[in-house]
Design a protein around this ligand. Sequence first.
Ligand code: PMP
Length: 361
Amino acid sequence: MTQTPVQPGIMDIALYVSGESALAGREDVLKLSSNENPLGSSAAARAAFAAAAGDLHRYPATDHAGLRAAIGEVHGLDPDRIICGVGSDEVLQFVVQCFAGPGDEVITTQHGFSMYPILARMVGATPVTVPEAGRRVDVEAILAAVTDRTRVVFVANPANPTGTMLTEAELERLASGLPAHVLFVHDGAYAEFVDGFDGGAGLVDRHPNVIMTRTFSKIHGLGGLRIGWGYAARSIIDVLNRVRQPFNLSNAQMAAAEAAIRDRDFTRHCADLNARLRARMRDTLVQIGIACDESFANFVLARFDSPETAAAADAALRADGILVRRVAGYGLPEALRITVGDEAGVNRVLACLGRFMEGRA
Ligand code: PMP
């Protein structure tokens, strides 16, 4: 054990728990625990990644100009107002590093993404958890929780793990109701799964203290490569770039991400398939007696009558080689978060849960 004192607050950080990837001794495992793309990634992205092998000896571009230009083109955004990071997690980290510190408060919500309080504590700030209303972010409760020490508000929209979403009117109310000393981070990790949604880009354009974050890990199927980005006012991007390591993204990451975002056919296909299978999952779960809110993301939250039933359902799924996510750590012990798989995966989950519910009837 080192004698060097650990910085205050570091030992209060709970280690992040990720979705499991293995089930001992089984090869037919269906992993639906990390909201990954069941179709993998775009063939163009994989080809670009392989081609980047020729550049391994070269340092990557520090300004990510090519990738930012591609993102700007596809989403209709000014590339100078974009910053790229090692997953959107890194962009979220830049935000707390630059705008929160010891004594400051960072607002997250009752069932919010578990990285938010971790990030707050990393910089010595205090996470403040605001209640939700029926598994939906409660805008008025957030506004009521703001103090002089509040610096950042994190809201994922659609939210993980509930899958619920705020309306445009609620987003406007939140953005315009926050005082000028508070930054609103609109985390759009699952934005592409909502038909016609801009992920919060318009909100950023209308309100100077809103930052939108996005990821290549979900719809683009590049979770293993770790690429995310943020969009905000130039003045905010300028601040964030000061704490970014110059070579944070590799040539291969940027090449794959650029090809992925330009492959609009693959993106659309993934979104369409997800929407269709997500609806089928929810309808069937409700039919067999499992509660399920409408989800706007690439997963559904299956709610059982008790934490014990959720644990038994999880065990039944595991026995069939299916890994889903327990979300007790998110204040939802009676629920399982299940990623929408491909057609065969969805069939397997629904058949297993159908048998499980029949066995309890
Ligand atoms: N925000 C939310 C709401 C998420 O669910 C995730 C992934 N679990 C992230 C951000 C981080 O994604 P990444 O770092 O892979 O871009």
